[in-house]
Ligand binder design. Structure first.
Ligand SMILES: Cc1cc2nc3c(=O)[nH]c(=O)nc-3n(C[C@H](O)[C@H](O)[C@H](O)COP(=O)(O)OP(=O)(O)OC[C@H]3O[C@@H](n4cnc5c(N)ncnc54)[C@H](O)[C@@H]3O)c2cc1C
Length: 485
């Protein structure tokens, strides 16, 4: 049985209020969770809070790839590709249940995009930047070989393709498992607790927080504060971050509608779009457009859908995908560091770690794939500031979770619908709402056309386990059905 440490909400609050911490992390996305885990593993006293659910933000809305980023090669960002390529292999080693190696076919057409010889050179360089140890060696494919691998691909003007390897993960699950590990190492974590403000007194921060479920205020003492609030980072009191938010959407369809065994890389000449086989389904995405509203309002709009379907249908005309094929979708925001006025797809995915005032760090940018390295660099700086002879980071080789814990409910695709899973999420993974279970713990929301029926079943189990009233049950269901994620 998955015996992850259980922290009841009351115990979480007692833990937050009654201790003085070395570090308080704001934000339970992948970056904040990674910082909490690394700091706790090095013996620091750690607290982490998130104003929504853990992984509510970008860390449950990505393309779910562990990748060096072939596209960044084209932009000459070799350092970034090298860094992320090493990290994708590290995640595969420490969390094999969350890194499934996947072949990617990148077709090349006459009169469009890069010539084939450049792609061939590019993927060889990509393998080299992975230390020559990529999951599979890359290779070139002739047009005939490409069509044998992807029989439904548009053959007109096809020159051939390259095949290279990256890996698929489950972003929300990677975040949750990282937090479970942080808690095993002594961190205190709480979702639905919002950071409002902080004052620095005699070398210590007093942070004002609010329990978003009860409205109760709470003060927490910590010697250092880490702002890891992703797309929210510039609205945080004391933050010095300037962001440019870029929106990206994904669509999920049934795999029978687009039967691909490899991932496929498509381009309309301006940007890249992935077709990702995901068990019985296929994920299509993403887009890259400037975004100016508050992060909570991000939505998939009809124009986003037609944009994605246009590119996929041009490459797979026989599929003739249309809106009714869409089973589920999500929209996310890239917290990119504001640099210039070019298109968002040209902005660097590099990260920045800055101590902007004594004991306050802003951590911004980066990728899911590089979260571990970002966390290691943040904790190195924290330990120096705290004057602690903290040991070196062990996150590059210590398994994320013991094998028995990284089991049944913790994988790349959704586990079978069961009451036992729901009970596990409530008791051991801080799930509070129906969305927490359907979207971020299980992923059932994304794979079931009859998702709403699943939701009725799940909310029934939640009500039994947590003792909800009939009113609370129907309110939860209504809130879930209004979910725009
Ligand atoms: C469309 C898209 C596709 C992507 N695809 C990939 C990919 O395939 N591979 C890859 O490596 N990277 C990818 N990325 C990038 C990657 O997803 C992000 O870099 C990463 O998830 C950012 O994590 P984060 O922890 O910084 O932010 P988030 O996950 O957004 O976490 C920030 C958290 O802070 C919390 N918060 C906000 N305000 C407060 C407050 N006042 N108090 C407390 N908490 C607060 C929020 O609730 C949120 O949970 C993609 C991004 C997008 C948008």
């Amino acid at each position: 049985m998955n015996a992850a440490p259980a922290q009841t909400r009351a115990a979480q609050f007692a833990g937050l209020a009654n201790h003085s911490f070395d570090v308080l992390v704001l934000g339970g996305g992948i970056v904040g969770s990674g910082v909490a885990r690394d700091a706790a593993m090095r013996g620091l006293r750690v607290a982490l809070v998130d104003r929504h659910d853990f992984a509510f933000g970008t860390s449950s809305r990505s393309s779910r790839l562990l990748h060096g980023g072939l596209r960044y090669l084209e932009q000459g960002r070799l350092g970034l590709v090298r860094e992320a390529s090493v990290e994708k292999k590290i995640i595969h080693e420490i969390a094999p249940h969350l890194a499934q190696p996947l072949g990617f076919v990148f077709p090349s057409y006459r009169g469009q995009g890069r010539p084939l010889w450049q792609l061939r050179l590019g993927v060889k360089l990509y393998d080299l930047l992975c230390g020559g140890r990529n999951f599979l060696p890359s290779r070139g494919l002739t047009a005939a070989e490409t069509l044998a691998a992807l029989p439904d691909l548009n053959p007109a003007k096809l020159r051939g393709a390259v095949r290279y390897a990256d890996a698929l993960t489950n972003d929300a699950r990677l975040t949750l498992d990282t937090l479970r590990s942080a808690v095993r190492h002594g961190a205190v974590v709480a979702n639905y607790v919002r950071y409002l403000d902080a004052q620095r007194k005699r070398g210590c921060w007093i942070a004002q927080l609010r329990d978003e479920l009860s409205g109760c205020p709470l003060a927490v003492r910590a010697r250092t504060l880490v702002n890891a609030t992703g797309p929210w980072a510039q609205g945080i009191r004391h933050s010095a971050v300037e962001l440019r938010l870029s929106k990206g959407i994904h669509l999920v369809i049934d795999r029978t509608r687009l039967p691909v065994n490899d991932a496929v890389v498509l381009t309309d000449g301006k940007r890249i779009l992935f077709v990702l086989p995901w068990s019985e389904h296929v994920i299509l995405g993403t887009t890259d457009t400037d975004y100016g509203d508050i992060p909570e309002n991000v939505r998939v709009l009809p124009d986003d859908i037609s944009d994605v379907l246009r590119i996929v249908n041009a490459a797979f005309p026989r599929a003739a995908l249309a809106t009714p094929d869409i089973i589920s979708s999500w929209a996310g925001l890239r917290p990119l560091i504001a640099q210039d006025d070019g298109p968002p797809s040209d902005l660097s995915r590099a990260h920045e770690i800055k101590q902007t005032q004594s004991g306050w760090w802003d951590v911004t940018g980066g990728k899911l794939t590089t979260y571990r390295l970002m966390a290691e660099q943040v904790v190195d700086q924290l330990a120096r500031h705290l004057g602690r002879p903290a040991p070196r980071s062990r996150t590059a080789f210590e398994p994320l979770l013991p094998p028995d814990e990284a089991s049944r409910y913790s994988g790349i695709t959704p586990p079978p619908l069961s009451r036992a899973a729901v009970e596990h999420y409530l008791r051991h993974e801080w799930a509070v709402t129906l969305q927490d279970v359907m979207l971020r713990r299980s992923g059932w929301h994304y794979v079931a056309r009859e998702g709403a029926d699943h939701a009725e079943q799940v909310v029934g189990w939640m009500a039994e386990i947590a003792g909800w009233s009939a009113d609370k049950k129907s309110q939860s269901l209504a809130a879930y059905r209004g979910t725009a994620h």
